[in-house]
Design a protein around this ligand. Structure first.
Ligand code: ADP
Ligand code: MG
Length: 233
């Protein structure tokens, strides 16, 4: 995937400014930055919720800048939301079936696939629970399961580890590794650097809508501009 000089303005506010970013197939890319840096906005641009004021987004050699969100999902771009968006009144397996509807014709096949996905994320034992009654870490897993049910080639994770206890976060890191081992490219947004640094192959730091730094996690955390941006929060 290539994000090519993308800018998005909300009236006078520039949420993303001249963002250029290459994502390599199979990598786990960390997108970090202080609150309001433009991380979630960039996910909205990649998934098709917003269209940029300028610039292009290329995926597998094609320009997808103006494609509607459902078409991008069909092409293999899936996301989770910073605030989980599962259907609270439905049960867990039904939530996952909804994510996979387009891919699995027939109720039985859709259900089988959903159970498999729940098993993969470690939620199979909660398949019949009401989604609204899940614990916060279980809700994050359900978000991931719903996104995986669409059969993504690229998975965008928006702060799925935020607010978890250290041991829950470690379990989350293991799940993300497992997803990547399946050949899914992962772009993960996190606000707190420490959590993602051991996991990601490469880190990109956004600040005030711009790419402030990128490179190996170990390099990025020592970057003067990055340290200053986080201190200024
Ligand atoms: P992050 O995810 O890095 O914390 P966001 O991408 O959510 O940051 O927001 C970047 C900036 O864009 C913020 O200043 C935010 O208030 C603004 N913003 C985000 N979405 C909208 C919107 N729909 N309308 C107006 N401003 C927005
Ligand atoms: Mg955000």
């Amino acid at each position: 995937m290539r994000i090519d000089n993308v800018t998005l303005r909300f009236g006078g506010l520039v949420a993303n400014r001249d963002v250029t970013l290459d994502v390599t197939r199979g990598e786990i890319l960390g997108l970090i930055g202080p609150n309001g840096a433009g991380k979630s906005t960039l996910f909205n641009l990649i998934s098709g919720t917003y269209q940029p004021s300028a610039g292009r987004i290329l995926f597998e050699g094609e320009d997808i800048t103006r494609l509607p969100a459902p078409e991008r999902c069909r092409r293999g771009i899936a996301r989770t939301f910073q605030v989980p968006r599962s259907f609270d009144s439905m049960n867990v397996v039904e939530n996952v079936i909804v994510g996979g509807l387009a891919r699995h014709p027939g109720a039985a096949a859709a259900r089988r696939a959903a159970i498999e996905t729940l098993d993969f994320v470690g939620l199979k034992h909660r398949a019949d629970a009401v989604a609204g009654e899940l614990t916060p870490p279980e809700k994050r897993r359900l978000e991931v399961a719903r996104a995986l049910a669409t059969g993504p080639r690229v998975l965008l994770l928006d702060e799925v580890l935020t607010g978890l206890t250290p041991s829950e976060a470690r379990a989350g890191v293991e799940l993300i590794r497992k997803v990547a081992e399946r050949g899914v490219t992962v772009i993960m947004v996190e606000h707190v650097m420490e959590v993602v640094m051991p996991l990601v192959h490469r880190a990109v730091v956004l600040h005030l809508g711009r790419v402030l730094a990128q490179g190996l996690p170990t390099e990025v955390v020592r970057d003067e501009a990055v340290i200053t941006a986080y201190l200024g929060e």
